[in-house]
Design a protein around this ligand. Structure first.
Ligand code: ADP
Length: 480
């Protein structure tokens, strides 16, 4: 896949996800808003009913009280109103004709009507006069209010805990325990026709209301999780696509480099072979020697390259051909220095060894350990400075009584701090600017790092750009 195509897909997917999330959040927000409105409306309706019921209760109570009072006072003769059951004054009781019967009935009804009217007037008057004097806790006591609220709310489908208070302009008159005025409260006027100028209100709060509202949108959660999972998978896929792309580039570069590095020794060898074919060359011992040394050197170089490619496969094979055994690090380093001497001298430089470690016995795979030292020295030459002869040095010392420290230093181009952190990564290469001759796979140090850790040791690099680099390997000694 082209890089642009990956970017395009990423962008489209990103926009789609943002859109999807936006729609879901909007939907949820709307749901919450709707539920809230619905809740408020239902609660207000309930409050209305409850306050109406309370008012009606009070009226009924007064009616009862006043009825008793009026009956008592009228039977004591304090009123001139007609009393039901007694005959009007000044009328004979001996009439029994239809006309007087009717008259009698009519008078009786009239008297009853007047009596009821008077009674009602007195009740209304007494409500108007006295109701607002009675304490509110008596007019709307908490047990009754709670019972009314509970049954009314339950009948409307709201079955969650609530607390309430009765308040007027001066503040809260009384409240149930657990009532918190800071919560969103629903308020409704109570006894609005008192005429006292300081109207009461009934305030209700629902401490668990948010849970209640949230529970109604719980079903949205799975859809959110699915979107999230999809997002994770999408990000993972994109990362993999980019990695694959990168790997593909590396592979191509690797093949280019490999071809280049193999081509030179092969053409040199074939040239030497042609020389050996020549009768004249075969007769001159010096020319013979030259051709043979070319073949020998170039074969060595070829073998080294092949070795490097083989090292590559080390990364993917777990525990491939590793044979840890007792080995004398000083001796191995000594022999590597000897083989390397010629190469360094070819560039007019020198290599020195100061192998001071008294106990050099470590547990390593000899072949891989040799490769490690070789790779580090090879890099020291590869990344040398052009203006000065390369100076390489290897030292070994014991640190404490359980470790061996090997230091390989050079006076090469050095490594910048930001690169230093990454040079041990597989395929990581510092761009060498205009030095096109320096070819590599970016595998050498990754291989070194891996081997050293398989030897249970560690490696670190120090460097000063323009001055040189230092690679310090620490290995555990075998006697521990
Ligand atoms: P390669 O040499 O194939 O590029 P390595 O893993 O051996 O890969 O090295 C990684 C990078 O570290 C190199 O590209 C180089 O820039 C830097 N490097 C390694 N050794 C040295 C050194 N001795 N001096 C300066 N730079 C070095």
């Amino acid at each position: 896949m082209k890089k642009n195509a990956i970017w395009l897909i990423t962008a489209v997917m990103a926009v789609t996800f943002i859109g999807l999330l936006y729609v879901q959040i909007m939907y949820m927000e709307n749901m919450i808003k709707m539920r809230n409105e619905q809740f408020t409306e239902t609660v207000m309706r309930c409050l209305n009913t409850v306050t109406k019921t309370l008012e009606r209760d009070e009226t009924t109570r007064y009616l009862d009280e006043d009825l008793e009072e009026a009956v008592a006072s009228m039977s004591a003769g304090a009123s001139s109103i007609y009393k039901p059951g007694s005959a009007p004054q000044g009328r004979g009781n001996s009439h029994n004709d239809f006309g007087s019967q009717y008259q009698l009935k009519h008078e009786e009804l009239k008297g009853r009507y007047l009596y009821q009217k008077e009674l009602l007037n007195e009740v209304v008057l007494s409500i108007l006069e006295t109701s607002s004097d009675r304490p509110i806790a008596e007019r709307a006591d908490s047990v009754t209010v709670r019972a009314y609220l509970k049954s009314e709310l339950a009948a409307n489908g709201i079955d969650i805990p609530f607390e309430f208070a009765i308040a007027n302009n001066d503040g809260i008159e009384y409240s149930t325990t657990g009532y918190n005025d800071a919560l969103q409260n629903y308020s409704q006027n109570l006894f609005p026709n008192d005429g006292s100028g300081n109207p009461h209100s009934l305030r209700v709060v629902f401490p668990t209301k948010s849970d209640y509202i949230f529970s109604s949108i719980k079903f949205m959660l799975p859809s959110f999780s699915f979107t999230f999972i999809l997002l994770c998978i999408f990000i993972y896929t994109i990362v993999v696509a980019f990695k694959q792309k990168k790997l593909n580039e590396i592979k191509n570069e690797f093949i280019n480099n490999m071809t280049h590095e193999f081509k030179t020794p092969i053409s040199s060898i074939s040239l030497a072979a042609q020389m050996l074919n020549d009768e004249a060359v075969r007769k001159s011992p010096t020319m013979m020697k030259q051709a043979i040394s070319v073949i020998s050197d170039e074969t060595k170089r070829l073998r080294f390259q092949v070795e490097k490619v083989l090292q590559l496969s080390m990364f993917d094979r777990k525990n491939a051909t590793m044979k840890l055994q007792e080995a004398d690090a000083n001796a191995i380093i000594e022999s590597v220095i000897n083989t390397f001497k010629l190469k360094v001298e070819k560039y007019g430089g020198s290599i020195t060894g100061q192998l001071d470690a008294e106990d050099p016995i470590v547990n390593v795979d000899e072949m891989h350990f040799t490769n490690v030292i070789f790779n580090l020295l090879d890099n020291a030459i590869k990344y040398r400075r052009e203006d000065v002869p390369p100076l390489l040095s290897i030292t070994t010392v014991n640190k404490g009584d359980d470790r061996l420290v090997i230091t390989i230093a050079d006076n090469g181009i050095g490594i910048k701090r930001e690169d230093l952190k990454r040079i041990f990564e597989k395929f990581y290469r510092v761009s060498t600017g205009n030095r096109h001759d320096v070819k590599g796979f970016g595998l050498g140090l990754a291989y070194v790092h891996k081997m050293v850790s398989l030897f249970h040791g560690n490696i670190k690099a120090e460097s000063e750009p323009g001055k040189g680099s230092k690679f310090i390997i620490t290995l555990p000694l075998i006697n521990n």
